[in-house]
Design a protein around this ligand. Structure first.
Ligand code: ATP
Ligand code: MG
Length: 223
């Protein structure tokens, strides 16, 4: 079995005096696509925010490739190799699609781009014809694809997607699903928070269910 990329253990998170997460634990291994499923308000976004350092836990540990990252600042965590696409997808609306991709780019140790733009367009063929369009004028689904592509340009060890199918037309949801299947086939490691279990069918290799801030189910999924 391959090594855990992210390991979350015994996480308690509070907003003010309200406890939101109760001893949450999960781990995502290299090459897995993990679905974190749960209803509205179950704690999916809070779990992702805790991993990203945006909702610091009061108890528990988060490890990235074995190194403790809980307690570090959000930008340090992002630089350490986590790419997060939050519910309110973050793009630069005034810039073109291609400028958005370049802004997210990271150079490898040998000065080479770790994710050349050409490769992004191979994985996201729908983005290439939009390359000179202003990002703020794309449809919601196109913006979602761009937000995911932009985050991939940083070559994250783990890609965290918070409700990537939310508010999108069925055809766009289907395309985002295809794209995530493609990411799985090239060995990317992904954690997806979703209310929509159907979206994750045939897509996720593993599923964890959270309810009222507690993990209630975890399993691998047969294809
Ligand atoms: P959804 O599917 O609606 O996005 P979720 O599973 O992502 O739900 P969270 O956003 O993690 O749920 O919220 C978990 C609980 O924490 C909810 O009861 C929510 O009302 C509460 N909560 C979320 N953000 C805050 C905040 N900033 N301050 C106080 N309570 C919050
Ligand atoms: Mg949420």
């Amino acid at each position: 079995m391959s090594a855990a990329i992210i390991e979350v253990a015994d996480l308690d998170v509070y907003y003010g005096t309200s406890q939101i997460l109760f001893g949450v634990g999960l781990s995502v291994r290299q090459g897995e696509t993990m679905a974190l499923l749960g209803r509205n308000g179950a704690g999916k976004s809070t779990t992702m925010k805790a991993i990203m350092g945006l909702a610091p836990p009061r108890r528990g540990r988060i490890r990235l490739r074995g190194t403790v990252i809980s307690g570090l600042k959000p930008h340090t965590i992002a630089r350490a190799g986590l790419g997060f696409v939050p519910e309110d997808r973050q793009i630069f609306p005034e810039h073109t699609v291609e400028d958005n991709l370049v802004i997210g780019k990271k150079r490898g140790p040998d000065g080479q781009d770790e994710w050349p733009i050409r490769r992004i367009y191979e994985v996201f063929p729908l983005l290439e014809p939009l390359r000179h369009r202003i990002a703020g004028r794309l449809s919601g689904g196109e913006q979602q694809m761009l937000a995911i592509a932009r985050t991939l340009m940083g070559n994250p060890a783990l890609l965290l997607l918070d409700e990537p199918s939310e508010g999108l037309a069925p055809i766009i949801v289907q395309r985002i699903g295809e794209l995530l299947r493609q990411l799985r086939s090239i060995g990317s490691t992904v954690l997806i928070a979703e209310q929509n279990m159907h979206f994750c069918l045939g897509l996720a290799s593993h599923a964890t269910v959270i309810d009222k801030g507690q993990i209630v189910y975890a399993a691998g999924i047969e294809d």
